[in-house]
Design a protein around this ligand. Structure first.
Ligand SMILES: [Fe+2]
Length: 287
């Protein structure tokens, strides 16, 4: 029963500290944005006449400022929720990815067959909520334990839209979303500060709002245009845990554009051939 596996600090110290953020921005899942800003700089230097077309091509990944997080009371019926929980209980320790045990206090499982089928099933619902046709990107189950925490971050546009379903939890655990804001592309001095995470959390202009899910409830948000975080999982009697299922969506037909390794070909700029895949072995997740 792997969801009963607790993460102890001794365990964490043995987990390799594999990179999950870029060398440009300090937050989790910032590799894509770093590649994008690097590509813009390359184009500006080598093919400035292409810059406008390049920037315009990515406008479909910018979220309208009018978008609001949506709470969904009952995305799946009782039988489906029961099946989700049965699948979670059936997971073996070898099914779990450990690389986020240190930073997030969680184990994850990507693109499980059953969850992928559900992912496709909710496409019409999410398309309606976000007011544009979407297609599935990737999904993952997140099994937070006693050291659960989710530092502030913005997701790659591979997660322009996220449906976050609460499967189970020891106690309600708020997630905070900023209002929709522009991509933080500039190399701000803020990122060099040791307390940049606190600056983000406390910024009045970001207008964070908390959502607290009960099992069976879900939220739809735009993780690539909204800062989001969870503080440490709340203390309480007994074991602390949160089981969350994340389905990510992109605008329909946009998947190829999201891959930096395609940019040289798509934009006729050979100098972009060095662009690195943003989702390689360290596939980003977005919780
Ligand atoms: Fe995220």
């Amino acid at each position: 029963m792997p969801w009963r596996v607790s993460i102890h600090r001794a365990t964490i110290s043995s987990v390799p500290n594999r990179p999950f953020r870029s060398d440009v921005y300090p937050w989790y899942d910032s590799v894509w944005l770093a590649e994008y800003t690097r590509a813009k700089s390359t184009i500006e230097t080598t093919r400035p006449e292409v810059l406008r077309a390049f920037v315009d091509a990515f406008r479909i990944f910018h979220t309208p400022p009018s978008f609001r997080v949506r709470l969904l009371e009952r995305i799946f019926d009782d039988d489906t929720m029961a099946e989700i929980r049965r699948v979670v209980r059936s997971l073996r320790p070898t099914d779990l990815e450990l690389r986020e045990a240190r930073a997030f206090g969680r184990f994850v499982v990507h693109d499980h067959q059953y969850f992928t089928a559900l992912h496709h099933r909710v496409v019409p619902i999410v398309s309606g909520v976000v007011a544009e046709p979407v297609e599935p990107a990737y999904n993952f189950l997140s099994l937070y334990g006693n050291l659960g925490v989710c530092p502030p971050h913005m997701d790659s546009p591979e997660a322009k839209w996220t449906l976050d379903l609460c499967v189970g939890q020891s106690t309600p655990w708020p997630i905070y979303f900023s209002q929709v804001c522009p991509w933080p592309e500039s190399a701000s001095d803020t990122w060099r500060d040791g307390d940049w995470e606190e600056q983000i959390k406390r910024s009045p202009s970001l207008r964070f709002t908390s959502y607290t899910l009960e099992p069976g409830q879900a939220v739809v948000f735009s993780g690539s245009s909204q800062w989001h975080y969870r503080d440490a999982i709340p203390a309480g009697p007994g074991r602390k845990f949160a089981e969350l299922l994340f389905f990510h969506f992109v605008p329909q037909g946009s998947a190829a554009l999201l891959r930096p390794e395609n940019w040289a070909r798509l934009f006729g700029v050979p100098e972009l051939r060095s662009a690195r895949p943003a989702a390689n072995a360290e596939r980003p997740v977005a919780g």
